[in-house]
Design a protein around this ligand. Structure first.
Ligand code: ADP
Length: 517
């Protein structure tokens, strides 16, 4: 068998060349980063987060400032060049260029004193070029940055008053030039004016700004990092206290301890209060569970002990006496029935605790009341059992559970009503509820006891109740069933005169069409 399987399986595996063998799962770099960040303490992560946010903000501000300053500086350079060009033009116009001619009759540009004055002590120089691009004259300042006329300038006509702007490199220093045509009053193009300015000061200013921004930024970053570290440590200190208290509670296994509440009414106060509430709830649940287990063991022990006693009686030869044998068997049957009933009740109550959803089906309460009445009749004995008001009412819910609740009330009423007494079952509408009631003329329940009868395992008179087979679970089941149907139970009672229990179940919402009519 194995061989055949192997043979069948092997080729199919081998004939899957398209599927490469599963490669070991590779993690992407960011997954690695995430994984390693998870291991980093929260305080450090907080500090890292603060600092990175701050660096991003700093970077944005730094780049912005640098950009704005550079823009302003370069705009300043441009306006320097433009205003110098305009001043030169104004002077040229004032001296009347058309009158300047060389002895050979050629038009000649010259630089007068005003003109030179204009450029002395300024980080800006001017050059005149003939139409063929040869240099005529230049201001003496900025000699090292005097540049030839760029070839494209020769294309400028008298109408191109905006000229050409360009940046060239002179021995590693960028120099910006503005070239404009020089035009006579009569519109004749005479040559070209090139005004230049080295940009080294701008570059120096920007470098200095960069250094300030970088240095200042680093210092600010270090200060922020340290501050963030200190602040996050301070902010998380109360949480550490809460954790250590909680740990001490775990170590001591003492649910009775509470975390001291911080004085300030902030989120941490809220957290502490919530944890303390959680502890109280846990403590309560824990003690309820302990009590429940103790009660259950106690209750189970009683019938089991009784049965053990009966077994001993049998062992001692009760079989020889038919009357005794019958008594022992009856007794054992009663105890077994009681055990079964108790276990069933417990199962039901466990169901209530695990929030198992109840059925949601239409339940005709009048039919159900009749059924309960019929089932109770054999138990009534000398007690008169009647049906009082009986409306026709339909509710939605779990039929079996509602029936059981009503049966529990009925059995109790019959149990705690002496012979000759009266038990009346009823069904009426009461506001938005259907009211199933069981009234008896029995022993009644005092006010102090009424507060506890719905508790599990609570019995007013333990010996009497036990004799009747109850374990004190009946009414807690009734209460659970009513509440699980969004209803409630009430009890009115007077000692010696009787009690009336009532289960209120919500009526179905009226249909929308009915409401609209
Ligand atoms: P049990 O199974 O012992 O009857 P229940 O939870 O049904 O437990 O009832 C709790 C206690 O309430 C009973 O022990 C009994 O003392 C009291 N009780 C319940 N119903 C009645 C009633 N109709 N008349 C008087 N006492 C009642």
């Amino acid at each position: 068998m194995t061989d055949i399987n192997d043979k069948l399986v092997q080729p199919s595996l081998a004939s899957a060349p398209d599927q490469p063998p599963a490669a070991p799962l590779r993690r992407l770099p960011w997954q690695h980063l995430r994984q390693s960040l998870i291991a980093v303490p929260f305080r450090v992560r907080l500090t890292l987060l603060y600092t990175s946010l701050f660096s991003v903000a700093l970077l944005v501000i730094g780049v912005g400032v640098h950009f704005a300053v550079a823009q302003a500086l370069y705009a300043g350079v441009q306006s320097d060049l433009t205003s110098a060009t305009q001043q030169v033009r104004a002077i040229l116009n004032a001296v009347g260029l058309q009158s300047i001619r060389t002895p050979s009759g050629q038009l000649q540009l010259y630089l007068d004193r005003d003109f030179i004055q204009l450029f002395t002590n300024r980080n800006i120089g001017a050059q005149f070029f003939r139409l063929d691009g040869t240099l005529v004259s230049n201001t003496p300042n900025l000699e090292p940055y005097m540049l030839p006329l760029p070839p494209e300038a020769l294309q400028l006509t008298s109408t191109n008053t905006n000229g050409i702007t360009l940046v060239r490199d002179v021995n590693g220093v960028p120099v910006k030039s503005l070239i404009t045509p020089v035009v006579l009053r009569d519109g004749q193009l005479l040559g070209f004016l090139q005004v230049s300015r080295p940009l080294d000061d701008v570059a120096d200013t920007l470098t200095l700004l960069q250094q300030i921004l970088l240095g200042g930024g680093m210092i600010a970053l270090i200060v922020t990092g340290l501050g963030a570290m200190y602040l996050s440590k301070r902010a998380l200190r109360p949480i550490e206290q809460i954790t250590s208290t909680a740990q001490s509670i775990v170590r001591a296994e003492d649910l009775g301890r509470r975390i001291p509440e911080p004085a300030q009414r902030d989120e941490l106060h809220q957290l502490t209060v919530t944890i303390n509430e959680l502890l109280s709830r846990l403590e309560q649940l824990f003690s309820t569970q302990q009590r429940f287990v103790a009660d259950v063991s106690h209750e189970l022990r009683t019938p089991l002990t009784a049965m053990q006693g009966n077994l001993e009686v049998l062992d001692r030869g009760a079989g020889a006496d038919p009357a005794l044998l019958k008594e022992v068997i009856d007794d054992m049957r009663r105890e077994t029935a009681r055990l079964i009933r108790m276990v069933n009740d417990l199962l039901l109550l466990v169901q209530s605790e695990t929030h198992v959803a109840l059925r949601h089906e239409p339940v005709e309460l009048d039919t159900l009341l009749l059924e309960v009445f019929r089932e109770l009749r054999p138990l009534a004995g000398q007690v008169r059992l009647r049906i009082g008001a009986e409306d026709q009412i339909l509710v939605y819910g779990d039929r079996d559970r509602i029936k059981q609740a009503l049966l529990n009330l009925g059995v109790n009423a019959l149990q705690y009503t002496p012979p000759g007494g009266l038990v009346v079952l009823g069904l009426e509408r009461y506001e938005q509820f259907a009211c199933l009631s069981v009234a008896d003329t029995g022993v009644g329940i005092s006010e102090a006891e009424r507060a506890h009868i719905f508790d599990r395992f609570y019995r007013v008179d333990r010996s009497r109740s036990r004799h009747s087979g109850g374990a004190g679970l009946g009414l807690s089941i009734v209460k659970w069933v009513a509440e699980a149907h969004s209803g409630y139970v009430t009890v009115a009672s007077e000692v010696g005169r009787g009690s009336t229990f009532a289960i209120y179940l919500p009526l179905p919402e009226p249909a929308v069409s009915a409401g609209a009519e």
